[in-house]
Design a protein around this ligand. Structure first.
Ligand SMILES: Nc1ncnc2c1ncn2[C@@H]1O[C@H](COP(=O)(O)OP(=O)(O)OP(=O)(O)O)[C@@H](O)[C@H]1O
Ligand SMILES: [Mg+2]
Length: 338
């Protein structure tokens, strides 16, 4: 295999007090990425991204396909050199391919990286020893992680004989084996069954405060359950960053109204609501209009007047909390990425 797991990088305490949303908000900042840029030919994959990660938090790193998440994670974890900008962990610069240091970084890459010819136990033990763990300690840790990830029955099986979801779990365990200070997980939940999702989520939650975790996922519910803070990036730029509640609160203070009528709202209603546009976020899904506004009472009344005026039948009206998916779609649009 090609080992894309990073080597340890250096450490010393540093605090951050920048006021913008990407900053650690005065909290202890373990990682600071500043003005990161990565180009592939003409394509700017990461376009001046600055992010601060708080010590001990779980940061959900969100964005559409091709937004630049994996590229950013690779630069933050020292696997890829940025074209411009810098990354510091504990105040020390991360240099791509750096070999030695005292703090450590763990990575579970999006592409599963395991050794075909080693058993599960050997993989984890070997990975621990690559990080200078004594053989016995690495074996003990390997045995523990196999149990954590429900793979104890596979200890003596070759990695390549595991199912896809089991390989994914082993891939996560490999990033954790040396108890890194910061763990980067690139879509750790991809391909996992519901039981495994819960298991992985609960284990990661149990590490909160002890380990800093930056995790990408396309599952907005998972991001909601797992993360302390989230950020959304697109086209290599930061769109929003904050606690899950803060980010949801961007849409109508966190409350949405759904108005269902007896017609397709895209044709029958939406074109006649343009005067609401400046203060409202409106979206259509079949016969349901979703509305978020800082002045919801007036906005809903206006929609209902339009419904009545156009001779439409009101089928349902309900309020619900905004979800991360609502915010994500609002920020990044409905268009598929090439
Ligand atoms: N090695 C590479 N060579 C050329 N282009 C690349 C390379 N790696 C990534 N890209 C491009 O950079 C952009 C960002 O890719 P990246 O993998 O960081 O996105 P992502 O947010 O992780 O997407 P996904 O959700 O699909 O994993 C994409 O347009 C991608 O095609
Ligand atoms: Mg990716």
């Amino acid at each position: 295999m090609t080992d894309t797991r990073p080597s340890p990088v250096g450490a010393s305490a540093v605090a951050a007090t920048q006021p913008d949303a990407s900053a650690a908000g005065g909290r202890d900042c373990v990682l600071r990425a500043t003005d990161l840029v990565k180009r592939y030919g003409d394509l700017v994959a990461v376009d001046g991204l600055s992010i601060e990660v708080r010590r001990g938090e779980i940061l959900g790193f969100l964005g559409p396909n091709g937004a630049g998440k994996t590229t950013t994670l690779k630069m933050m974890s020292g696997l890829l050199a940025p074209d411009a900008g810098s990354v510091e962990i504990d105040g020390r610069p991360v240099r791509a391919g750096a070999l030695h240091g005292s703090a450590s970084v763990g990575v579970a890459p999006q592409e599963i990286v395991i050794w075909d010819s080693l058993t599960c136990l050997e993989q984890l033990q070997f990975a621990g020893m690559m990080y200078d763990m004594p053989a016995a300690a690495a074996r003990e840790r390997a045995t523990y992680l196999l149990e954590v990830f429900g793979l104890e029955g596979k200890a003596r099986k070759l990695g390549k004989t595991l199912s896809g979801g089991m390989q994914r779990r082993l891939n996560i365990a490999l990033g954790l084996v040396h108890e890194p200070e910061i763990l980067f997980l690139d879509e750790p939940q991809a391909g996992l069954d519901p039981q495994s999702r819960v298991l992985v989520r609960e284990y990661l939650r149990s590490l909160r405060g002890r380990m800093t975790i930056v995790v990408t996922t396309h599952d907005m519910e998972e991001a909601d359950k797992l993360s302390d803070r989230v950020c959304v990036i697109d086209h290599g730029r930061l769109l929003v960053m904050g606690t899950v509640a803060e980010v949801k609160g961007r849409l109508g203070g966190g409350e949405l109204f759904e108005i269902t009528v007896d017609a397709d709202v895209t044709e029958a209603l939406l074109p006649f609501l343009h005067r609401l546009r400046p203060t409202c976020t409106l979206s259509a899904d079949g016969s349901t209009l979703s509305l978020a506004s800082t002045q919801p009472a007036e906005a809903v009344a206006e929609v209902l007047r339009e419904v009545a005026g156009r001779g439409l039948l009101l089928v349902n009206l309900r309020a619900r909390g905004a979800t991360l998916e609502d915010v994500f779609i609002d920020l990044t649009g409905r268009k598929l990425r090439e």
